[in-house]
Design a protein around this ligand. Structure first.
Ligand code: NDP
Ligand code: HSE
Length: 463
């Protein structure tokens, strides 16, 4: 890589929407400070968009619709990608890296599917690949995982990583606002993805969970490895049921080290979807033959209102990281929106620009551990089950018998009688997804059960 001492760092910006507009603003407003911090001026040499006529605040001579030509231009040292989606972003970034141009991207969907080939291209040319903005907006989280905690053994990463769904759930919980109107507001505020189903169906959080797990556990985890449930099925009744029990509903991303394939895990399920994915070196082996693996999942869960994540409202994100030596850490801040995300992009841009000026290089991919991902069917979690049942003698014992039959242990039961039926709420101890599914299927078929009103995981409490 040629030395850039004193010469400007020339930036191609791909995309100028919610995030890109703020990147341009920060680069302009802070030009003098950035020059001092980098050791060279940082100049935008071109901005690729789809509809140039829409971008009246940007100098017209910088705009182009030919992103590929901009990336290939000799006048570009760094490519900042804030288009989103897989193509053309993937092709453009591979071209940039192969040509030795550093890349900064906020594109979690791309990284969660194609990080291996992007890292390979980055390694081949020695160009940097930075992506702090891809997870949790403004919050410095990936740099701590990639660098600050590189000497520790991370055991768990858990948190709220999608601002849009947290905004929706917070609204439903606090003001009883409707799902559709809150989603519309999140879109207006620039939190939602171009296709908001990526947020509400959990794809965005699953991409982020894949990135977090890859970095935390030094393994390649893709979005396809992540168990994913969105918030579309979370009803006002679920939220009310949670409230009645001193809980609230959050969409959580959970990545943790777990045993895989031991005696305990082999008794529960079979079938292709229950086999551990991501073959690897197997990690550590315990006395019962289980090796170390990881569980990576995204789903709504009830958490106690006393839990620190319960007070994370609106588009804010918060992530707990647990590591052997460091103990527990919590990262909190704005998880979405143009300016917060642009802050993370600029942080990366300064880092890669400094690397170019001083001929250094950022961290490479670290995937040596190659830990297998444990199937969700073998992952024990606690559940909250709400049933409408006939209000007569013997109902509770029939329901309890089905739990016992499937070896699902009940932690708490609450029953409220109504005129001719009753509401029965059961909270379980930790049970596997597979055992719980069979239990609920059988309970739903009992003549005394009128309706299975809701089934939701419970997190943040002792098992
Ligand atoms: P927007 O939809 O607001 O902006 C996308 C931009 O990309 C637009 O300027 C659009 O051009 C341009 N674009 C789309 N297709 C092409 C193409 N083929 N060639 C050139 N330009 C193109 O997205 P955001 O700014 O919200 O998000 C950008 C990225 O940042 C995504 O990866 C997203 O996941 C990520 N991100 C977003 C956050 C947020 O809060 N919004 C937070 C963290 C990450 P035009 O304007 O002309 O249509
Ligand atoms: N749509 C994403 C969210 C943007 O709502 O969290 C930030 O990654």
């Amino acid at each position: 890589m040629a030395s850039h001492e004193g010469k400007p760092i020339r930036v191609a910006l791909l995309g100028c929407g919610t995030v890109g507009t703020e990147v341009v603003r920060l680069l302009t407003d802070q030009a003098a400070d950035l020059t001092a911090r980098v050791g060279a001026p940082v100049e935008v040499t071109g901005i690729a968009v789809r509809r140039p006529n829409k971008h009246r605040d940007v100098p017209a001579e910088l705009l182009t619709t030919d992103a590929a030509a901009l990336v290939a231009s000799d006048d570009v040292d760094v490519v900042v990608e804030v288009i989103g989606g897989i193509e053309p972003a993937r092709t453009l970034l591979l071209a940039a890296l192969r040509a030795g141009k550093s890349v900064v991207t906020a594109n979690k969907a791309l990284l969660a599917e194609h990080s291996a080939e992007l890292f390979e291209a980055s390694d081949a040319s020695g160009a940097d690949l930075y992506f702090e903005a891809a997870v949790a907006g403004a919050i410095p989280l990936l740099r701590p995982l990639r660098e600050s905690l590189a000497g520790d053994r991370i055991t768990r990463v858990m948190g709220i990583v999608n601002g849009t769904t947290n905004f929706i759930l917070s609204g439903m919980d606090s003001t009883g606002a409707g799902y559709a109107e809150t989603l519309e507001e999140a879109t207006r505020l620039g939190y939602a993805e171009a296709d908001p189903t990526a947020d509400v169906d959990g794809f965005d959080a699953a991409s982020k969970a894949a990135i977090l797990a890859s970095l935390a556990f030094h393994s390649r985890v893709t979005a396809a490895d992540v168990h994913r449930e969105g918030i579309a099925s979370v009803s006002a009744a679920d939220i009310a049921a949670a409230k009645a029990l001193g809980r609230t509903v959050k969409l959580l991303a959970i990545c943790e080290r777990v045993p895989v394939g031991g005696a305990e895990n082999q008794t529960t399920v079979g079938g292709a979807e229950d086999q551990a994915t991501v073959g690897g070196n197997g990690g550590r082996t315990s006395a019962d033959g289980a090796t170390e693996g990881i569980s990576v999942r995204v789903h709504p869960a009830m958490i106690p209102t006393s839990h620190p994540l319960a007070s994370v409202h609106g588009a804010f994100n918060a992530v707990f990281v647990e590591a052997d030596a460091a103990g527990e850490m919590m990262f909190y801040g704005q998880g979405a929106g143009g300016a917060p995300t642009a802050s993370a992009v600029l942080g990366d841009l300064v880092a890669v620009a400094r690397n170019r000026v001083h001929q250094g290089r950022g961290p490479r991919e670290s995937a040596y551990a190659a830990l297998p991902v444990r199937p969700m069917g073998q992952t024990p979690t606690r559940y909250h089950i709400s049933l409408d049942v006939a209000d007569r003698a013997g109902v509770l014992s029939q329901v309890a018998a089905v739990f016992a039959e499937h070896d699902v242990s009940i932690a708490a039961v609450r029953q409220e009688g109504r005129v001719d039926d009753a509401s029965l709420v059961i909270v379980t101890h930790a049970a596997t997804d597979a055992a719980l599914r069979s239990t609920v299927d059988k309970i739903g078929g009992l003549p005394v059960v009128r309706e299975v009103v809701s089934v939701m995981r419970v997190e943040g409490e002792e098992t």
